[in-house]
Ligand binder design. Structure first.
Ligand SMILES: [Zn+2]
Length: 299
């Protein structure tokens, strides 16, 4: 009887232990989710849920003082200075694409009111007009280079003409050394609004043919920027904003961490690295006042 009671008690205790064991396993499994994230992973995913950083991004191209030349893609130095002054006075701080990567990868905080300034094509006048303004307001910007334009002006050896010239490899090296400019890739020779539409994929092209094209063209600029300027850009700007979904895995494979589009929408940056592929940007035409343009992008 005693033995039997003890045996029953043993069975009861054993079943309690089994239930407790399974409960503990259940809790562990639900927290770690089988993702091998560890304790840090739990805290990170909580941060992912709660933290979304509003990021307006502006896209400029050429900067020329003669207003008769102002267009949708050419602004005056006065326009860009008014924009940056407005942003500064309203508490915005410029960030570079690398800051977004550091936010995602290493939890490096972004400023309270971040804004990103980008300039496509690598016009030489970015040095003469943009750079002094960046210094004046202690700001930074991303410039996206077209390989064949920079190659041509690097090799012809002629003096720069503000209206037509593009940054040479020497200019690019000097700009990136200042720490105010992050250089991005804007294709070597796919900057044409032709049948292909920038670097987008033809419907009849196979994925492997398309991958080959991107590696040979975008990869060529990566190689030249490394050889001539010791740079390994991790930002890619789609020419004319034409995007192919098939480009994303290829660009990731090439080491790009941020891609820039021309969709005029705000961005909300999270801890998910995928949110950096397809950053939206507002083109800045010269025919809007700073107040009007900013009310559109900062809303
Ligand atoms: Zn462009």
């Amino acid at each position: 009887m005693y033995k039997c009671y003890n045996f029953k008690r043993f069975l009861v205790l054993l079943s309690c232990d089994i239930v407790a064991f399974f409960l503990i396993m259940l809790i562990i499994h639900s927290n770690f989710g089988g993702k091998n994230e560890g304790v840090a992973g739990i805290f990170n995913s909580q941060a992912e849920d709660s933290e979304k950083v509003f990021l307006p991004v502006i896209m400029y191209h050429s900067i020329l003082p003669d207003t008769s030349q102002s267009t949708e893609f050419i602004v005056t130095p006065e326009t860009i200075e008014n924009d940056l002054k407005y942003l500064k006075e309203n508490g915005y701080e410029t960030v570079l694409p690398v800051d977004l990567v550091n936010f995602v990868d290493y939890n490096v905080p972004l400023p309270k009111k971040p804004v990103m300034i980008t300039l496509d094509d690598g016009n030489y006048n970015n040095i003469s007009y943009l750079f002094p303004i960046l210094e004046k307001y202690d700001m930074c910007a991303n410039i996206n280079i077209v390989g064949e334009y920079s190659e041509f002006f690097s090799e012809n050896g002629e003096e720069h003409i503000e209206k037509y010239s593009y940054l040479t490899w020497e200019d690019i090296t000097a700009l990136s050394k200042t720490g105010r400019i992050e250089i991005g890739n804007h294709t070597y020779n796919l900057h044409s609004n032709n049948e292909r539409r920038g670097c987008s994929k033809f419907s009849y092209e196979t994925e492997s043919e398309y991958r080959k094209l991107l590696f040979s063209d975008i990869g060529k600029l990566q190689n030249v920027l490394y050889e001539k300027c010791s740079l390994k850009p991790t930002t890619f700007a789609y020419p004319f904003g034409y995007i192919s979904d098939e480009s994303i895995p290829v660009l990731k494979e090439m080491g790009f961490r941020v891609t820039l589009t021309c969709y005029e929408k705000p961005n909300y940056i999270t801890r998910d690295s995928d949110c950096l592929y397809g950053i939206n940007r507002y083109n800045r035409p010269n025919n809007l006042s700073t107040e009007k343009f900013m009310s559109k992008i900062l809303a």
